[in-house]
Design a protein around this ligand. Structure first.
Ligand SMILES: [Fe+2]
Length: 358
């Protein structure tokens, strides 16, 4: 990107174009965070999960159903405030309020907040901004188009997005049976980009063009970039939102814990996303008709329903998340359907339907 070598930049744009149209995700190396720096951030996440007091677990407990956010501490009994089946997943999520107020952060991690803030600022302002510049180039628009018009980056290190420390403890026999090995259903993230760090315990799977789930391979220090639904819509379907899920690891890793660090980057909440019509790529090639969020938003627009704002779109999906251990909702005739021989999860939010492989 900064080489000044025109051919290198053209090649990079072509490679990116292929990856985001066909695979829907990117694997980045040499993005400016050393393996040592990354290990330090993982150590801090481990420290938080080992040392958060019971008082802080209670005081900072999340309110997803009422807030539409994961802000705060997620207990290991599902994705609702009320305790359901034990799923072994704990998280701490920083949104703008947690960045701004040290009373909203576990006391044990306070001495290290400056390092966590600096890491997130770098990811947002250097890594994410450059990825968006590359995507703007693919749309043949000025480098800052997506940063200036779509990305939320005001009001804290992650704008309206958030940063997560997650710990996946091994499944209990009950949770594994109820969830059929799923820790997160197949889904797309709703924002711009999701920055995840490759970890040796393999659980993340991506839905390929061959309609199969595949584990993302481990590469020390690499960054996995998922594309969110906002970018699918802005690009008129030329970028595919990454369909992914979290599944139990291969047999030799079922008994180990897995730490995960994620920056979820978000679009500006008040916007209602539509394709960037000024893109020469969209003008020349038209809209891409691919079965995903973009097609569903188009259908909703055609029926005259106002499409949701980005804030409405993300908050309802969080508020109405279904646990993988919910054996009543996760069944054909309830949330699941069979479509062309594939088991799919079918939900509807604000009049827009979402159909994704389980
Ligand atoms: Fe995700």
């Amino acid at each position: 990107m900064d080489s000044g070598d025109d051919k290198a930049i053209v090649d990079l744009v072509q490679l990116t174009k292929k990856a985001i149209r066909e695979d829907g995700f990117l694997f980045l190396e040499n993005y400016g965070v050393s393996l040592e720096q990354l290990h330090r951030q993982f150590a801090l996440a481990q420290y938080l999960h080992c040392n958060i007091s019971e008082e802080d677990q209670e005081r900072l407990l999340f309110h997803p159903e009422t807030s539409g956010k994961w802000a705060g501490y997620k207990h290991p009994w599902g994705f609702k405030r009320e305790r359901m089946v034990y799923d072994g997943i704990t998280q701490f999520n920083w949104y703008s309020k947690e960045w701004a107020d040290c009373n909203l952060v576990p006391k044990c991690i306070l001495p290290f907040m400056d390092e966590i803030v600096a890491f997130n600022v770098f990811l947002m302002e250097s890594v994410n901004r450059r990825i968006l510049a590359l995507f703007s180039k693919v749309l043949e628009l000025p480098d800052d188009y997506l940063w200036d018009n779509v990305q939320s980056h005001e009001g804290g290190p992650t704008g309206e997005g958030y940063f997560r420390h997650a710990l996946f403890r091994p499944f209990t026999a009950e949770a594994e049976k109820l969830s059929k090995g799923l820790r997160f259903h197949g889904h797309c993230d709703y924002g711009t980009t999701t920055l995840l760090f490759s970890v040796p315990v393999t659980q993340l799977q991506i839905w390929g063009t061959d309609e199969q789930w595949r584990y993302v391979p481990y590469k020390a220090g690499a960054l996995v970039v998922n594309i969110g639904e906002t970018l699918e819509i802005v690009s008129g379907g030329h970028f595919k939102a990454t369909r992914h899920r979290v599944f139990k690891p291969p047999a030799d890793q079922v008994d180990v814990e897995r730490l995960s660090l994620v920056q979820f980057n978000s679009s500006v909440g008040d916007l209602r996303m539509t394709p960037a019509k000024e893109s020469p790529l969209i003008q020349r090639e038209g809209l891409a008709d691919y079965q995903g969020a973009f097609r569903e938003f188009q259908k909703a627009m055609a029926t005259g329903i106002p499409i949701p704002t980005n804030k409405e779109w993300r908050e309802i999906q969080i508020a109405e998340m279904v646990n993988t251990t919910d054996s009543i909702r996760n069944a054909v005739g309830q949330d699941w359907i069979m479509q062309e021989g594939q088991l799919m999860n079918k939900r509807e939010f604000h009049g827009v339907s979402v159909v994704l492989p389980v």
